[in-house]
Ligand binder design. Structure first.
Ligand code: PGA
Length: 262
């Protein structure tokens, strides 16, 4: 990590487990783990399911340490997806307009996650439309890019991420600095496997060069046990843990490792 750039650790609560009851318990545990001194150039962002989002933020605002973190801008919230079309006449069943994310206190949005590319057949055109809509409403996008195992084995990582990053050509140059890119090898997501930290660092450096984004973070089976390997790298500004972030103690552990680097 780099002290001047600061860092970002984002938790993607994507599993079926994150009910309102679970997220309440998460909030209480997380609040108890922190103390008010735990601030630095690190930003923490939670991406809860929409079903638990409003209540989660309210609960964290009621607790002493997490309220301070939210008020100081250390802890923020984001949506896992947004609609890709809008307009006066557009009604879009089942999709959330950026205004609805803002309405529940979300300031970030995840875009291009491999699960949306895979299961919702999201192509770059749709992701580009979401990106532009997010920026229009002032949301900070985290764009996920990464190669499949087959592409990794064929040494096509750079080609694949370059193509995925080419949608940045559709946004105004001044927005580049608002962007975070998450490099997430598809084969590392939820698998317990990761690339070597030095290898992830090399791809993150390439992503930084191509994207000129503010932060480049790594995602894919990050835990409190391996976070130090990644955060010790010069081009990695943080992480996007999924499974591990659903346990308050693990998310805290990953954040703690990041705090120690900054
Ligand atoms: P994982 O998920 O940490 O469970 O591999 C990463 C992600 O959802 O981006």
């Amino acid at each position: 990590m780099n002290v001047d750039r600061g860092g970002l650790v984002a938790g993607n609560w994507k599993s079926v487990n994150m009910t309102i009851a679970k997220s309440d318990a998460w909030a209480d545990e997380f609040n108890n783990l922190f103390s008010d001194g735990d601030n630095s150039g690190l930003k923490l962002v939670l991406f809860p399911p929409m079903s638990a989002a409003y209540r989660l933020r309210q609960r964290l605002l009621e607790l002493d340490h997490t309220r301070t973190m939210i008020e100081m801008g250390v802890l923020a919230f984001g949506g896992q997806d947004i609609a890709h079309v809008e307009g006066e006449k557009v009604r879009f069943t089942g999709s959330h307009h950026p205004n609805l994310l803002l309405d529940v206190g979300m300031t970030y949005v995840l875009l291009g996650h491999s699960e949306r590319r895979m299961y919702a057949q999201e192509a770059d055109g749709v992701i580009a439309a979401k990106l532009n809509l997010a920026l229009k409403y002032g949301l900070k996008p985290i764009l996920c890019v990464g190669e499949t195992l087959e592409e990794y084995e064929a040494k096509r990582t750079r080609d694949v991420v370059s193509k995925q990053l080419s949608i940045l050509d559709t946004i105004a140059p001044e927005h580049r600095g608002d962007m975070t890119i998450a490099y997430e090898p598809v084969w590392a997501i939820g698998s317990g496997k990761t690339p070597q930290a030095a290898e992830a660092n090399e791809v993150c450096g390439f992503v930084r060069q191509v994207s000129r984004a503010k932060h480049v973070i790594y995602g894919g089976s990050v835990t409190s046990a391996n976070a130090a390997d990644f955060f010790g790298q010069s081009e990695i500004d943080g992480a996007l843990p999924g499974g591990a972030s659903e346990k308050a103690s693990e998310f805290f552990g990953i954040a703690r490792v990041a705090f120690d680097q900054l």
